[in-house]
Design a protein around this ligand. Structure first.
Ligand code: ASP
Ligand code: MG
Length: 437
């Protein structure tokens, strides 16, 4: 069994849904779908109006969205019977969403509204497959996908419930289910955060010990640099999970970083594929390393660096703990760290508590803040005993001021911190130097 996940744009129109249907047949695969593109954003907008107690604003967005789905139904189905079924399905979801314009609106209602996008897209796809004579079965993620009291997925529950649901439908040619949505420890409707469908696919793959998890998007795998910025990028055919994790976290939009861990722990390969070019090999992510190769570069924007300099750090113990504790107190993750005997620099991308953090850090030393920076992350076989790789990365950037360099945290990456205004140049030079020579 495989898990095949299709994102919002891949199911974003009637034609795209028909194309997806051709890719998923056979093998009792599990197909995970996002909401049709734009839908979750509209649902967020509806929720926003309702929080602001503006039911008319919400109704306007609801009506527009409903109209979009009516047109979609006309194009997707051949027979009157299935058009009717699809219209009923859509009406029931939109009637439900409209009930929320009348009452108190809280986080709980918001989660329910946000869940409708995936419930609709999977319902429509399942009807389309049935109309085409395929025995697909719709399995609701709300019946098996669950988080625990710490809002972390509960793999034991997921595995047990999902196996039982699949066993109940052994006759199926394939299964359709929703990405993103789940229930929390209290049984309430919840979700795995924006972009969480990749995470769903990985959790499902782990639960059923899938042969492979396929993430289908609109580009031929992970590229070796950002194709929006850099000329002559090319797809990377093979990545180690750790390389993919760095790239996904540091800027490659193609894969959500949460998707990596369940697949990695269960040793299930993840393949990134392209719906527009289904025969292209894409990118295979697994637990094997390609020796002696630098693979790719990615960049993460809007980074702030904070330096704490202190004579007290010299020969002292516990200094770093105190510094890190301050970031923890404000729930602010640190991305990069570099140290010297008299100071430490950290980077953050969430600036919400920057002022308080700086204020607290002043207890321990002189604090300076540099803003508008970018982390450039280079991944590959960067095991420390290899020679020459870190040198060529640094050499490529010889004309660009570098604020921090981090190497040796893993066997797979070097991260460098540069000014936003140097981002394009840094990415292009690295590509020229590392890949196009
Ligand atoms: N539909 C959700 C979102 O737009 C989840 C996903 O697409 O992965 O964030
Ligand atoms: Mg996505």
């Amino acid at each position: 069994m495989k898990v095949l996940k299709f994102g919002g744009t891949s199911v974003g129109s009637a034609q795209r849904m028909k194309d997806v249907a051709k890719l998923i047949t056979g093998d009792r695969n599990i197909v995970v779908l996002s909401a049709m593109s734009g839908t979750t954003n509209s649902l967020v907008e509806i929720a926003d109006y309702l929080y602001k107690k503006n039911p008319d604003g919400a109704s306007e967005v609801i009506n527009q969205l409903a109209m979009k789905y009516d047109r979609h139904v006309e194009e997707l189905y051949r027979t009157e019977e299935y058009k009717r079924k699809a219209k009923e399905l859509i009406a029931s979801h939109f009637d439900y969403i409209r009930t929320f314009t009348k009452d108190l609106f809280t986080l709980f209602e918001e989660k329910v509204v946000l869940a409708q996008g995936e419930l609709i897209s999977t319902g429509l796809m399942n009807l389309y497959l049935n109309e085409s004579g395929i025995r697909s079965v719709l399995i609701s993620a709300l019946d098996y996908m669950r988080t625990d009291k710490n809002a972390e997925p509960d793999p034991v529950y997921i595995k047990e419930k999902l196996s039982r649901l699949l066993d109940e439908h052994k006759e199926a040619d394939l299964y359709i289910t929703q990405g993103y949505i789940c229930r929390n420890a209290y049984g309430e409707i919840d979700n795995l955060q924006r972009g969480g469908s990749d995470y769903s696919a990985s959790l499902i793959g782990a639960a059923i010990h899938a042969g492979e998890i396929q993430i289908w998007t609109d580009i031929d795998g992970m590229h070796n640099n950002d194709p929006r910025i850099v000329e002559n990028t090319s797809p990377v055919r093979h990545l180690h999970f750790e390389e993919a994790a760095e790239l996904a976290y540091f800027g490659a939009k193609i894969l959500h970083p949460t998707c990596i861990l369940p697949a990695k722990l269960n040793n299930i390969p993840v393949r990134l594929l392209n719906t527009l070019q289904p025969d292209a090999p894409g990118t295979l992510i697994s637990n094997t390393t390609e020796k002696g190769k630098i693979k790719a570069v990615a960049a993460k924007d809007h980074i702030t660096a904070i330096k704490i300099k202190s004579g007290r750090m010299l020969l002292a113990t516990g200094f770093l703990r105190k510094v890190f504790e301050i970031f923890e107190n404000y729930q602010t993750p640190i991305d990069m760290v570099t140290t010297s005997e008299v100071g430490v620099s950290c980077t953050i991308d969430n600036r919400k508590h920057l002022e308080e953090i700086v204020d607290d850090l002043k207890k321990y030393g002189t604090v300076t803040v540099d803003e508008d920076l970018v982390i450039v992350c280079v991944v590959g076989d960067l095991e420390w005993e290899n020679v020459g790789f870190e040198a060529s990365i640094v050499h490529a950037l010889k004309d660009i001021p570098v604020r921090m360099i981090s190497y040796g945290g893993s066997n797979y990456n070097v991260s460098l911190l540069v000014k936003s205004s140097d981002k394009e140049k840094a990415l292009q030079t690295l590509s020229n130097y590392l890949f196009n020579n």
